[in-house]
Design a protein around this ligand. Sequence first.
Ligand code: HPA
Ligand code: ZN
Length: 349
Amino acid sequence: MDVVTALDRLPKVELHCHVEGTMRPGTVVELAGKNGVELRTSDPTELYRYSNLDTFLEIFWLVQSTLGSREDWARLAYESIVDGAAHGLVYRETFFTPARHLDAGQDLADIVAGLAEGLAAAEGETGVRAMLIADIDRAYGAAAGLAMVKRLVELREGASPGAERVIGVGLDSTELGVDPTDFAEAFELAGKVGLRRTSHQGEETPPSHIWAGLDVLGSERIDHGLSSLQDPELTRRLAGERIPLTVCPNSNVVIANAVPRLELHPYRRMREAGLLATLNTDDPALTDLDLGREYQSCMEAFGYRWEDMVAIALDGVEATWLDESDKRELRARVEREAAKLAAELDPPR
Ligand code: HPA
Ligand code: ZN
């Protein structure tokens, strides 16, 4: 077996993946037709043109706007997991960002129920487990973020269908010109009711935003964290406390245009500095990517060996919000299957 195939089959977890960013191009076209959303073109190579995070987000928002009902969310979640399973995904904590749908009058209860229904159907078929992280969209401001968390708390207290799948909250969308501390109240409420917390920081912003994510918002993980190494004290803190970074090297090149080429991405240096830097795809269907190719391209770009890639997959397990016994079980599965794959590798390792 060649290493490309082996990496595709290696059991992998994913902690930084936006469910809307996994929508198949064919589904975008179908849902747009169904819900009356006009697309410039149905050709994804034409449609998905962007040069930085903010121009990418315009496309992301267009794709999001095709989701009009509970059944659309269910289809999206289902296809997302089926597609991940084809490339070795075994567990995912998936973001969804409902700000514009809530603003347009959809109910969070329907969105959560739809997503949970789709995930459950895909779990039954593929064995891949998936949970949800409700992201606040920075572009909609602090009041909308707090309102979303309050509604989420209501759904949990009322045992609304699917609410138990939402294990945490996050913060995404545009970073530039937004003060992360604006969202302190929403994050505080989330923490108080036992929701886990993460936030996109440092993709286009300096280490000060990562500090704010940790100390003001109480984030247990940082999504991207690309600028971490610019601050030695921050690096020591992140490494010392094993605070996971959910890094998306290909996305940082293709979407944020923050690094000109994968070879120049600090990922390897981040790991060498002791950071718990996991590998993730961010928005795979919008960037023509999958988790297998994320691993393969990084192995090649950073000169990693098979063993390094297995260690990265295992760090992914450590960085999950699974409980300790589930983590232990998943870790054992990755180790067992990695050993089997290694025995079949040609040339042998
Ligand atoms: N950054 C911020 N917001 C996002 C991203 C991202 O990479 N992808 C989808 N929403
Ligand atoms: Zn992201």
